[in-house]
Design a protein around this ligand. Structure first.
Ligand code: ATP
Length: 231
């Protein structure tokens, strides 16, 4: 918002994630190493169960790895206390998930303002900044529309504007085009890539959609990293 974005890579270094115990134990990553640069949108592709969502969860400080480091601009999120991780989530990470997770009944501009309130930031002129942010994703004519009055693609654009409004260093996106038509999917994917370059954030998108992979600056196939077989 008013703070400049502080560019810095996201680095996964020797990251191990597994779920369950005994016979049901699943190791998703074992010593995974990957670096994501600012200004680049990376598409994570791969079959169902190959670990795309798990990677987003570890990168977003929603899941603590069993081993390894998760460095965001040099700070190891895996080593922080729960309170430290909550601070990083609030201050440095934007999340955009499948359904957009908009608050029902709330006009588009208020969706952004609510996010600013929750994060404790209220810069001067924040309402006009929120309007500008919506304009930047092509929704200048939909400022007062509620989610119920928007198309699937428009809802995703509000979610994108909201995620970018707080100037995240890291933007994590899960299946952004799952609920939109093909032409909206292309527009949304292009917009995500463009805003990533302009805002210099690290953007990681889990997707099954070739349109998103085409728009990305880099594609990482999880199957080649984790050895997952097609479902
Ligand atoms: N909470 C959990 N408990 C147990 N196993 C889990 C849990 N979350 C994920 N897994 C397992 O970890 C593996 C990776 O799952 P993940 O959701 O990361 O894959 P994905 O590539 O995002 O799949 P999809 O494309 O279907 O969303 C899968 O085998 C899954 O069953």
């Amino acid at each position: 918002m008013n703070e400049p974005t502080r560019p810095g890579p996201l680095e996964l270094d020797g990251v191990t994630v597994s779920f369950g115990r005994g016979d049901t134990r699943t190791t998703v990553f074992d010593g995974l190493g990957l670096t994501f640069e600012p200004g680049v949108m990376t598409a994570l592709v791969g079959p169902s169960g190959s670990g795309k969502s798990s990677l987003l969860a570890v990168a977003g400080a929603l899941l603590r790895p069993e081993a390894g480091r998760v460095l965001l601009g040099g700070e190891d999120l895996a080593a922080l206390t729960d309170a430290g991780r909550a601070r990083v989530r609030r201050e440095s990470i934007g999340y955009m998930f499948q359904s957009g997770n908009l608050l029902s009944g709330l006009p588009a501009v208020e969706q952004l303002l609510a996010a600013a309130y929750i994060s404790g930031r209220r810069p001067r002129g924040y309402r006009s900044r929120a309007e500008e942010a919506l304009g930047a994703v092509g929704l200048g004519h939909r400022l007062r529309h509620r989610p119920e009055q928007l198309s699937g693609g428009e809802r995703q654009r509000v979610a994108l504007a909201r995620a970018l409004f707080l100037s995240p260093r890291l933007l994590l996106v899960d299946e952004p085009t799952a609920a939109v038509d093909r032409s909206q999917a292309g527009d949304l994917a292009g917009l995500l890539a463009a805003r990533t370059r302009e805002d210099r954030c690290v953007t990681v998108v889990a997707t099954h959609d070739p349109v998103v992979a085409e728009a990305a600056g880099r594609v990482v196939d999880m199957a080649t990293l984790t050895g997952a077989l097609p479902a």
